[in-house]
Design a binder for this molecule. Sequence first.
Ligand code: AIR
Length: 190
Amino acid sequence: MPKSKSKSKVPVSPRPRVPASGQASQRRPVSPSSLVAVLMGSKSDWDVMRAASQTLKDFGVPHESHVMSAHRTPTDAAEFAANADARGIEVIIGAAGGAAHLAGVLAAHTTLPVLGVPMTSALNGLDSLLSTVQMPGGIPVGTLAIGKAGATNAALLAIAILANSRPELKKKLRDFRAEQEKKIRATTLD
Ligand code: AIR
């Protein structure tokens, strides 16, 4: 992780923002300046998805996290995705387990990049992985690994996408990689 000096906030998008409309956004508190939305199908996913939120925080990326379900609150998921671009959100992370359709449904309602994180499940996450990754051609979901590694990597990939137009964020990513490399090289075994 980057050191504390890396925690300065990333400038928000220069794109014009319009207030979000629709019930989903009215029901949940939304940040006016989030660049990334971390969405998950259930609060039971939060233990794992905390890793995505923490990684974004470590890089100083404004973000928001919400529970919404492709099956239990389908209109919320659709409305959130449909309004996200106008709100200035640039990447959406969608995590779910089992019949994990959240990322796919979000992707169906926006052209923003959507990253899917399969949660562990009764079938060890294999069902979640396949439900997330096997999208029909035309509606992409960039699918990460099952569980915590996927949560962390979804955040890092979101940061890499944002970093294409934000040199200060690219520097933080490079510093992070260099630090990681240093740690691995310093590993000793007894
Ligand atoms: N889920 C919620 N709505 C649709 C799906 N697929 C997923 C959640 C969670 C799992 O169902 O993402 O991983 C179990 O949810 P719960 O609320 O029963 O713990």
